[in-house]
Design a protein around this ligand. Structure first.
Ligand SMILES: Cc1cn([C@H]2C[C@H](O)[C@@H](COP(=O)(O)OP(=O)(O)OP(=O)(O)O)O2)c(=O)[nH]c1=O
Length: 191
């Protein structure tokens, strides 16, 4: 079965590259939404709400009848949502939380048009070796952490911090390819 043509509602170069790996034909739209968590919002609810909001915003902006794909990724440690670090202090605190232990990376995807919506949540465990203050500072100055959830990129310099993962590597990078393909096929089947 072939995939539908879609619109990817994302400004993330990682998501663009990952989606291209599937061989899906897609156009891009950048949907800016308010990413503030609601009071006491659980991480799984938050990440699913944002993926859906991105897809809906992309759909409204492009006014397309094609399915629009939105995604959101957060790092979760001790139930706390760790988004993109605003400054070095926040980043250093995040790295201290992640150092020498395992955390969850949650990525939600949503595929929508005016009539339908499909959603999926993917949770992956990532385990870091212990990090020292000097390497945390050096990593910040590399420029890699600033635009990434949890302040790290598993596909980049932070690969050396990762002892093991249990789950979907592509979900950690920002778009779970196995589940995205299944969602696209499910969309086609239901037509
Ligand atoms: C944990 C982790 C996150 N990330 C990235 C994936 C996402 O791009 C980003 C999480 O921020 P998001 O808010 O999910 O996405 P985004 O703002 O980059 O893009 P858009 O909303 O336009 O789709 O962090 C990595 O690249 N590698 C990693 O190991």
């Amino acid at each position: 079965m072939s995939y539908p043509d879609i619109v990817l509602a994302s400004a993330s170069p990682r998501r663009r590259e990952l989606l291209a790996q599937l061989g899906v034909s897609f156009s891009l739209i950048s949907a800016d939404i308010d990413e503030t968590p609601q009071h006491n919002e659980a991480a799984a609810d938050y990440v699913q709400r944002l993926a859906l909001q991105k897809a809906r915003a992309g759909q409204a902006m492009s006014q397309t009848s094609l399915p629009v794909l939105g995604a959101d990724t957060v790092v979760v440690a001790d139930g706390e949502i760790l988004g993109k670090p605003a400054d070095f202090a926040e980043f250093a605190r995040t790295m201290q939380l992640l150092s020498g232990r395992c955390h969850q990376v949650m990525t939600a995807i949503a595929l929508v048009n005016a009539e339908r919506q499909l959603q999926q949540l993917v949770s992956t465990e990532v385990c870091f070796r212990p990090l020292n203050a000097a390497e945390i500072a050096a990593y910040w100055h590399s420029g890699e952490p600033q635009d990434k959830a949890g302040g790290y990129g598993i596909q980049g310099l932070a690969a050396k911090f990762v002892r093991r993962i249990n789950g979907s590597y592509t979900a950690v990078v920002g778009l779970p390819l196995c589940e995205t393909e299944q969602l696209l096929l499910q969309w086609q089947e239901q037509l």
